[in-house]
Design a protein around this ligand. Structure first.
Ligand code: BGC
Ligand code: CA
Length: 284
């Protein structure tokens, strides 16, 4: 929109000055000549003057109006820009806060991942170590199994009998309970310990009376196996143990007798000479 400039105003002043000069000159001529014939010209000049003045006034009003509109538009634009700026500031602040959270979470996850990797490495190392040990153990077990089987073959060749998880030797000569035990120990075994019904039945198959690894020499009436374990399940013959040898002598050692009966143990004087049965455990 065009505004009335300073130059326009100057032009209008000049027009006004010219008009006034003309009017003055005209008045001078009139007074000199003493004539009154120029009155319509003066009225025309005044009209023109008024027209110019009104036009100028209108232009001023228009200028002021335009200025006000422009100011209002600028104010409104400024307000909306301020609002936009504040909104952007808020968004930026929110985004920064979210970004901070995300960064913290990422760092925490990095730490967790680092720890997990370290633990995983440890576990992997332990597993590898265990695998190596297992391999060694398996190979040791295999070689021990071979050795055991070889030993079994040798012992069976020497008159031992394999049963369950043990191998047994029944003597062909007779000795006291202690000498019998010493012989077993010297063979790497001991007198037989009976701790299952199957073993008890096994002793009856030989149909021989034999010393077993049972004694109450330490405390009369408290029977123990040679490995120190107390007697729990027993197969005493009826009325045994009676601790009653000939002449009422003590009976502190156990034997298997009367193979036709399931309950066939007897207590006997340890000095008797009897066959004996050794047991070599193949598993602990
Ligand atoms: C008795 C046994 C005793 C044995 C001693 C038997 O007659 O029944 O209890 O141990 O004689 O020789
Ligand atoms: Ca007896």
């Amino acid at each position: 929109m065009e505004m009335v400039t300073y130059e326009d105003e100057s032009e209008m002043s000049m027009v006004y000055e010219n008009f006034r000069d003309a009017t003055v000159r005209n008045d001078a001529l009139k007074s000199r000549s003493g004539e009154d014939s120029n009155v319509p010209a003066a009225a025309l000049g005044i009209k023109l003057y008024r027209l110019v003045a009104v036009t100028f006034g209108l232009l001023c009003i228009l200028q002021v109006t335009l200025n006000i509109c422009l100011c209002l538009a600028l104010f409104s634009q400024r307000d909306s820009l301020t609002e936009e700026r504040d909104e952007l500031k808020r968004i930026n602040s929110d985004t920064e806060a979210r970004c901070k959270n995300v960064t913290e979470e990422r760092d925490e996850l990095k730490r967790i991942n680092f720890d997990t990797e370290a633990r995983c490495k440890n576990v992997t190392e332990e597993r590898d170590d265990l695998e190596r040990k297992l391999k060694t153990s398996v190979s040791q077990r295999d070689s021990l199994t071979e050795e055991r089987d070889e030993l079994k073959r040798i012992l069976i060749g020497l008159g031992w009998v394999y049963f369950s998880d043990s191998i047994y030797y029944i003597s062909s000569t007779k000795k006291t309970w202690q000498d019998s035990r010493n012989d077993c120990l010297q063979k790497g075994a001991d007198l037989m310990i009976i701790n299952s019904k199957e073993e008890q039945d096994f002793t009856r198959q030989s149909k021989k009376n034999v010393w077993i690894g049972l004694t109450d020499s330490e405390t009369e009436g408290t029977w123990k196996w040679v490995d120190g374990t107390p007697l729990t399940t027993s197969y005493w013959a009826s009325d045994e143990p009676n601790n009653s040898g000939p002449g009422n002598t003590a009976e502190n050692c156990g034997e298997v007798m009367m193979h036709q009966l399931e309950n066939n143990w007897n207590d006997l004087s340890c000095d008797y000479l009897k066959l004996w049965i050794c047991e070599l455990k193949l598993r602990p």
